[in-house]
Design a protein around this ligand. Structure first.
Ligand SMILES: NC(=O)c1ccc[n+]([C@@H]2O[C@H](COP(=O)([O-])OP(=O)(O)OC[C@H]3O[C@@H](n4cnc5c(N)ncnc54)[C@H](OP(=O)(O)O)[C@@H]3O)[C@@H](O)[C@H]2O)c1
Length: 306
């Protein structure tokens, strides 16, 4: 297949490109720095600044991952606008591409996040669960992003949106800054530690994207988190345990809120998100438990089966 990927230079995109290249697919990538894309991805790709630049190519499938990083900086009004617009524009760019093609792609897998659900305490959350609070920025961001993506669905393109949990691997995402702290014994829980943290090993997320690209009729919303989400306290214990370090510290909510502002809610709340549709569809996780995932990551064998 010829697969077009936005956000291909990112933490998830790089692993996805390596996986898809290994399967023999040809990769067309959209990047703000097309000249640097191949070097950062590490496998052969054809890169362009806009999806529209590929209008004269055959594109069989699309994976839409691009967006301003969520934890880059405090959520000022202008940063919220950047978070929103970067995702809307990347998705509309794909719409522009489709409108210029005689034969649009058959499928698009488009990123979204667990933030769509908001804080659900200890209740289990599936794709059927409504959002906790539609006024929260993280919900509105995911909702707009999904609306833009789902608006492109139609003959012949099916669209699957993936609500991604915290993606774990050693060279990016949340673990990259966290592991050195934990190695120094400076790890600790956040707030009361009871908030749920849906997580997913990057290896399994890449497999999920591949699964949804291939699976006939897979459309709509799919939760992309491991089947065993953990609380922040369990997460902290497991990461520290994988490194054989203690994790005595506590980051109190009262300290975090003034420092991070609204963004602190991402760390202080959460959803016990279950991948109900993936399990019904027969997808099997290589890393269903956090202990296994962390052991593999710490030992540097995260990509063993990719
Ligand atoms: N990692 C996680 O834990 C996690 C969890 C839930 C959801 N997600 C979502 O999944 C997607 C992929 O995650 P990731 O961790 O791979 O993200 P990432 O490493 O931050 O990469 C995202 C890519 O988007 C592009 N990008 C960044 N800022 C942009 C901007 N202002 N305008 C347009 N493009 C921009 C960049 O590509 P170029 O520089 O090449 O243009 C970048 O490589 C993201 O949209 C993220 O929100 C991630």
């Amino acid at each position: 297949m010829q697969i077009l990927i936005t956000g291909a230079t990112g933490f998830v995109g790089r692993a996805l490109c390596q996986h898809l290249h290994g399967q023999g697919h040809q990769l067309l990538v959209v990047s703000r720095k097309p000249d640097d894309a191949q070097a950062s991805i590490g496998v052969p790709v054809t890169a362009a600044r806009s999806a529209v630049d590929f209008a004269d190519r055959q594109v069989d499938g699309v994976v839409n991952l691009a967006g301003e990083p969520i934890f880059n900086r405090r959520w000022s009004d202008s940063q919220k606008e950047r978070l929103m617009q970067s995702r809307i524009e990347a998705t509309r760019d794909i719409g522009q591409l489709c409108s210029r093609m005689a034969t649009p792609p058959a499928v698009m897998v488009s990123a979204s996040a667990m933030g769509w659900y908001g804080d659900h305490g200890s209740h289990e959350v599936t794709e059927q669960t409504p959002p906790a609070d539609t006024r929260k920025f993280d919900h509105r961001l995911c909702q707009r992003w999904e609306e833009e993506a789902l608006a492109l669905a139609g003959e012949p393109m099916r669209v699957a949106c993936i609500r991604i949990g915290l993606v774990l691997d050693r060279d990016g995402g949340m673990l990259k800054p966290m592991l050195p702290m934990f190695r120094l014994g400076l790890g600790g829980r956040v707030g009361d530690g009871r908030q749920y943290m849906p997580w997913i090993h990057r290896h399994d997320l890449v497999r999920i994207i591949d699964f949804l690209l291939q699976r006939e009729g897979a459309d709509g919303i799919w939760n992309a988190g491991a089947p065993n989400p953990v609380t922040n306290a369990e997460f902290t214990r497991t990461v520290a345990g994988a490194l054989n370090r203690p994790a005595f510290f506590v980051m109190p909510a009262a300290v975090l809120r003034p420092v991070l502002g609204e963004m602190s809610e991402l760390l202080l709340g959460g959803a016990r998100m279950k991948p109900a549709r993936l399990e019904e569809a027969g997808f099997t996780f290589d890393y269903p438990h956090l202990e296994q995932a962390m052991a593999a990551i710490v030992e540097g064998r995260g990509d063993r089966a990719l």
